[in-house]
Each structure stands twice: as structure tokens, then as C-alpha cells.
Design a binder for this molecule. Structure first.
Ligand SMILES: [Zn+2]
Length: 459
């Protein structure tokens, strides 16, 4: 093994019949830990030398490159948060004090999809972009994409890095890609015509957009299954990890739905990704080292629920070391039939620490409600969740779409079974709830004061 850091991107595309891109995928986890430790030391030493941001943060915490004697020592390093990065960029405009390359070396600039204020700026070097493409290609190989495929990119091409990262993976893998985009009026109608004639084999986008595309296709007399997608991979939303939503997409399109994605701040972000077995997202930890920590004690979790904390292992432009995601996931070391020895998130990323609603003292994840609604045949995929406290008691209100008003009781029963609380369900005519084309905004908590509601979350 070489001690050169970062290593050259691994762009050897395997032969058609090969299952794995790299032997690192199937090695015993304790052997892989040595590779991860070597890369982590390289990343930390590099950030210490080049990033005033980390030098300050770590000096204050009394840690540095010499702290890392074993992989477990990473827990002594402080967390980084989105807010910390944003504040640093405000103070050191435009790129923050964590830019470790000269501005001349920046090749691409992206930004967070935050809806308020200045976006967080992501400045990426050419070398980093090549490594991102190679990592994504390797992970796309694991869920079945091959050089003979054509990938339809049905997601917005903007400051949002998701579409560009998926495209970089497709290119590094040798597949063709169609940069169709999404979010422009009339574009979905054009997509239907395009898909009918070009028949790409792979789709990338958000689950919401795939279901919107299916609706538009049916309105135009096209069966979404006739497009001929074999694989559909998703990021930007947790939907492809929600069993009922995954099933709905797979039945609608006759394709395998693959859940991927970590955070906008992390690229490569497909280092959380399902393989073709679809048993939950693997953690591709030799690219992005991922710890799962208990949200309260912050202790590492080996099996069970916690918050993913991400560390780039080969990023030279803006390293992210111990980025606290604030997401919630369950991790397991149970083996996957694919033979890869990476840990998995069998339920995907199912919520955020700050998205969890406490309704009458019960912890309620919006994802569990979505799954319960999705289990009821004849009910549409759009829904709204509103929590109110008209008097002393919390009320959980649900709006769903169906032809038959009698479905209210069935939905209420399904939700009660899932979360232990009875919602008040309103059935709306199909198509009457606002459709979500990109990222869903489906939960409203009216119990908060207006000030808390506007300052609590950035997007
Ligand atoms: Zn697997």
C-alpha cells in the first residue's frame, strides 16, 4: 500500500461479469480499518497543515494529527456542523477558512439548497471531482449500472450538486447520460416524450419527482412501466428507503429502486448507497468514514439507532471531518447477500433529530406516517401532516388523496397501527394537494411560535 495521500482515483472499470469494483469491498472489516486509518491520518494531517478552520477547532479541543493512534481516536475530535461551516463562510468570505487549495485550483462551485440566506459554498478542485466521479462509479456498479446503460438525470442542474455528482459517476463508469434536468415548467411533459423514444435504462432523481413523472406520463396516455427503466436511483429525500414508497415506485415503473445519499456538504455523497440486493444503504467507509453516534450520549453505536457522522478520506479542497449530520438511522453489521462487508443502514436515513415530532408524548417520525399511508391501496402518494394544539391536547391532522372518502378510516387505522396515535384524516380529491416536484415539504408543526418556526431550520 502506498502512503501517498490522496490516492489516485480508481477508475478501472471491471469486466462485464465481475461483481466487485475493488477487493476493498469484501475484505474483513478489521483489515479495511487499517486502510481507513491510513487515509484518515492523511486527511487529518493535510487539514491541520492547510485549513485554519480545523487548526483552530482542533487546537481548542487539544487534538491534532498525533492524536490518531487508532481509528477510535477520531471520537476525540470535535464535531463540525452545517451552522459552523456557514458561520465560518460568513466570517471568511467567500469560501471560508476551510479552503485548502488556492482559488486558482477551484474547478467547480456548488452551493447548499438552503432556501433562506446565503447558500453554503462548495468549491471543488479537479482532483477531488475525479475522485468523486470514481467513487460514484464504483458504487453505481454495485447497484447494477454498466457501461452499456444510459442514465436519465431527472433532477435539477443548478447549484445543487446531486445531479452533477450522479453524472460524474455515470461518465467515470463509461455509461451514457442524459442531462435532462427537472423543475422547469413543461419539462416533465417533454421528459415523457423523450423517454418514449430514447428509452434510457437508468433513472436518477428524487422519489417525489419519479412519482410526479409517473402521474404526468399517465395523463398523457403513457404507462410509466413502458419506459423500460431497469434501475432507478434516488437521493435528496429518504423516500426510496421507505418500504411503501419504494414498492410504489418499483410497481409503477417495473424497475429496482435504489436508495442513496448522505448530505449536500459531503461529496461523494453516494457513500451511503444500496447495492443491487436493496437491503438498505451500505456505508462505503473507505471513501467516507462514517460513525453512528447516540444522539444524546454521542457514544458510538455499533448496532442500533444513531446519528451518522461523516468524514471525507480523500478530499483536498474543503475537507469535512466529523460532520454531524443530525439525521437518524439504524446501523447493522448483519451480512448482505451481495458479499460486501460494509455495514448497512437497513431502514435508510429515516428522519432528522430535529424533525421528530413529539405528539402527546409519543415520538413520531414523518417517515413512519408516510409508510403507513403508502400501505393503503387507492390512496395517492401526496400527503400533508399538520400538528396543532387547539386546547391543551396535541392533534395530528393528515390530508391524503383518494376518490373514496371512506378511505379516511382505513388510513387512520393504518397510521394508528404504525405510530400508536389516531390521526384526524381528511380525504381530498386526487390531484388537489400541491404536488412536490423536487424536495418534499410535507410537515407543519403549528404548535411552535412563529419565531421558532422561522429560525429553527434553514431549509
Ligand atoms: Zn449489499
Amino acid at each position: 500500500m502506498t502512503d501517498v495521500w490522496p490516492s489516485e482515483p480508481l477508475v478501472r472499470v471491471p469486466a462485464e461479469g465481475e461483481r466487485y469494483w475493488s477487493p476493498v469491498e469484501t475484505m474483513p472489516p478489521e483489515d479495511r480499518a487499517q486502510i481507513i486509518l491510513r487515509k484518515l491520518r492523511g486527511q487529518v494531517a493535510y487539514a491541520w497543515d492547510r485549513s485554519p478552520f480545523y487548526r483552530r477547532l482542533w487546537s481548542d479541543a487539544g487534538v491534532g494529527p498525533d492524536t490518531l493512534e487508532s481509528l477510535a481516536d477520531i471520537a476525540r475530535f470535535p464535531f463540525v456542523t452545517k451552522d459552523l461551516i456557514r458561520a465560518d463562510q460568513e466570517a471568511h468570505q467567500p469560501y471560508g477558512s476551510n479552503l485548502c487549495i488556492s482559488p486558482e485550483e477551484i474547478e467547480r462551485i456548488y452551493g447548499s439548497s438552503g432556501t433562506t440566506g446565503r447558500p453554503t459554498v462548495f468549491a471543488v478542485s479537479g482532483g477531488d471531482w475525479a475522485r468523486i466521479g470514481a467513487a460514484h462509479a464504483r458504487i453505481m456498479w454495485s447497484f447494477g449500472v454498466r457501461p452499456s446503460d444510459t442514465v436519465f438525470l431527472g433532477a435539477i442542474f443548478s447549484l445543487y450538486m446531486g445531479s452533477w455528482g450522479a453524472q460524474a459517476g455515470a461518465i467515470a463508469l463509461g455509461a451514457a447520460s442524459i442531462s435532462h434536468g427537472a423543475g422547469v415548467p413543461g419539462q416533465t411533459e417533454r421528459a415523457v416524450e423523450f423517454l418514449r423514444t430514447l428509452r434510457p435504462s437508468v433513472f436518477y432523481g428524487t422519489p417525489s419527482y419519479a412519482l410526479h413523472l409517473a402521474k404526468v406520463a399517465r395523463e398523457r396516455g403513457a404507462d410509466p412501466a413502458s419506459f423500460g427503466f431497469r434501475i432507478m436511483f434516488f437521493s435528496g429525500e429518504p423516500g426510496a428507503g421507505i418500504p411503501a414508497t419504494k414498492r410504489r415506485i418499483e410497481e409503477t415503473f417495473g424497475a429496482a429502486a435504489i436508495d442513496t445519499g448522505s448530505m449536500a456538504e459531503m461529496a461523494p455523497w453516494m457513500t451511503n448507497a444500496e447495492c443491487a440486493e436493496r437491503t438498505g444503504m451500505h456505508l462505503w467507509e473507505d471513501v467516507v468514514y462514517t460513525e453512528i453516534v447516540d444522539p444524546e450520549t454521542l457514544e458510538p453505536v455499533d448496532d442500533g439507532e444513531g446519528v451518522p457522522v461523516y468524514t471525507h478520506l480523500e478530499r483536498t479542497s474543503q475537507p469535512m471531518i466529523r460532520l454531524f449530520s443530525g439525521d437518524l438511522a439504524r446501523v447493522t453489521t448483519d451480512p448482505c447477500p451481495c458479499g460486501r462487508t460494509y455495514r448497512r443502514l437497513p431502514d435508510g436515513v429515516y428522519g432528522r433529530v430535529d424533525d421528530m415530532l413529539i405528539v402527546r408524548g409519543v415520538n413520531v417520525y414523518p417517515r413512519a406516517i408516510e409508510d403507513a399511508i403508502g400501505r393503503v391501496p387507492g390512496v395517492g402518494s401526496e400527503y400533508r401532516i399538520v400538528v396543532e394544539r387547539p386546547d391543551e391536547l396535541d392533534v395530528l391532522l393528515l390530508e391524503v388523496e383518494a376518490d373514496d372518502h371512506g378511505m379516511a378510516a382505513v388510513v387512520a387505522e393504518s397510521v394508528k397501527l404504525a405510530i400508536g396515535l389516531s390521526p384526524q384524516v381528511t380525504v381530498c380529491p386526487p390531484g388537489s394537494l400541491p404536488t412536490t416536484e423536487f424536495k418534499s415539504r410535507r410537515v407543519t408543526d403549528r404548535r411552535e411560535s412563529a419565531l421558532e418556526a422561522t429560525t429553527r431550520r434553514e431549509s
